[in-house]
Structures are given as structure tokens and as C-alpha cells.
Design a binder for this molecule. Sequence first.
Ligand code: ADP
Ligand code: MG
Length: 247
Amino acid sequence: TSSDVKKSKKQRVTSKGNNIPIPLESFEELTTRYDFPSRMLQNMGKNGWIEPTGIQAHGIPMILESRDLAAISPTGTGKTLTYLLPIIFKLHAPISQSIDHDVGKGVRALILAPTRELAHQIYNESLKICEGRKWRVVLYSKASAATLADKGVRDKTDILISTPLRLVASLKEKKIDLDNVRHLVLDEADRMLDTEFLSQVNEIVASCPHGSLQTSVFSATLPGSAEQVAMKMLKDPIRVIVGLKDT
Ligand code: ADP
Ligand code: MG
């Protein structure tokens, strides 16, 4: 909504890390700096995404430049798009339409959220970005787990969104492999890195062996203990913190 966007102008963003990419001034820079197709920008405008929020301005270039990050930004500041937009751009084309034989088979981006409801919200946001293109985004559930057990279906899946529990169960039964995952996101990381999910999350991270895995954690808050765990998972990480001024 417009009030969210206005609020974003008042956001104070602090980034710490080595060689921090320059933040975006506007979404148009996605086309000039990173060669986003203008069609993608039009599609964003249709969804009302006109100006980047603070976390988007800073976080999108980081993922586009293949950096690991821990991002802390309040609820409602557009964290979902911050990772979905650059990941989808970097995957380049749906696997079903790819002519690049180097991309390999199977899921290339994995997004984890603590509850099915949150996973579903992420799924809905991804459909808005992917509209009109042949991306295959799968929300992991009992039903889709059964479908994905078929290698033919699995090989054509671009993005998988799951809760840790469901995914660990499938990993144990060898019904899925994460060998080709090159983008891993832990959303709502304060919960994902808390005792309830930590061992499952660790198991999933250990099951993502890709040499150029890019990992990000996103949260509204991140207690010190969770942040320490996060930093161990990340390579040469950037830590981005968004604080709202005058609140
Ligand atoms: P968070 O994960 O930080 O709580 P969400 O990603 O769920 O926030 O986004 C909240 C709402 O803001 C969504 O409806 C989303 O489509 C919208 N939104 C995201 N980015 C923008 C933007 N740049 N301009 C306007 N609305 C946006
Ligand atoms: Mg969110």
C-alpha cells in the first residue's frame, strides 16, 4: 500500500560486511545496472511495486551479486520480494525452457518458512512475479511431495517452498535431492534458527552441496543467539539492518 511505501522513505538502513554492493535508487536501475527485462519491471508496476523499500534497495543488489546475507527488517517491508526478485532473475529461465545445459536438473532455489501459512504467502507472492511465464514453483505439501517423488516432475521444478519438517521427512526417504540448489533462503529466521527447527534446518543446509550456493536469512528480529548460528551458515556475509525512524 502507499503508506508502506511512504514509510520506506523513512527507513534507516545499516549494512556491515566486505565490499557491500551499491543500493538501488529505483527499480529502473534493475534494467540499467543488471539488465532486467523491461517486461519484468512493467509486471512489478502492475502489482504496485513502484519504489523499492529500504530492504529491497539494499538487499536486491546483494543477492544479484551472489552475496550471502542476514537481513533484519520489520514486518511489512517487502522482505519476500527482496529475495524472490533477484533469485528469479538469476535463475534466468524456467528449467523447462532452458537451453543452457549447465543449469543441471532439479530444484535450483529453496525457500524455507516455519509454517505452512507463511510458506503459502511466499508462494502467492512468487506467482505474482512469475505471472505469464513458465516457472514451476512448488509449495511443498503432502500432495506435492507425492508428485515430486517422480523424478520427471522434480527435474522441472525451479523453486521449492517448504517448511523444514516436511522437507526433512522427504530427504530421509530420499524422495528429493537438493544437489542443484544454488539459492537457499531462511525466511522468518528467528524461528527457523531457534531450537524448535534448528536441527532440521542444519540437516537441510548440509544437504545443499552446490559449490556456489548463495544463502540468505530474513527476519523481522534476530536475537543474538540466532544471529550467531546464522553467521556460521553464511560465507563472507553482509548484515543488513533496517530500523524505522521516529518509532
Ligand atoms: P515482510 O516479509 O517484510 O513482512 P512482505 O514481503 O510480506 O513483507 O510484503 C508485504 C506487502 O508489501 C506485500 O503485499 C507486498 O506485495 C507489498 N510490497 C512489497 N514490496 C513493495 C514495494 N516495493 N512497493 C509496494 N508494495 C510492496
Ligand atoms: Mg515475510
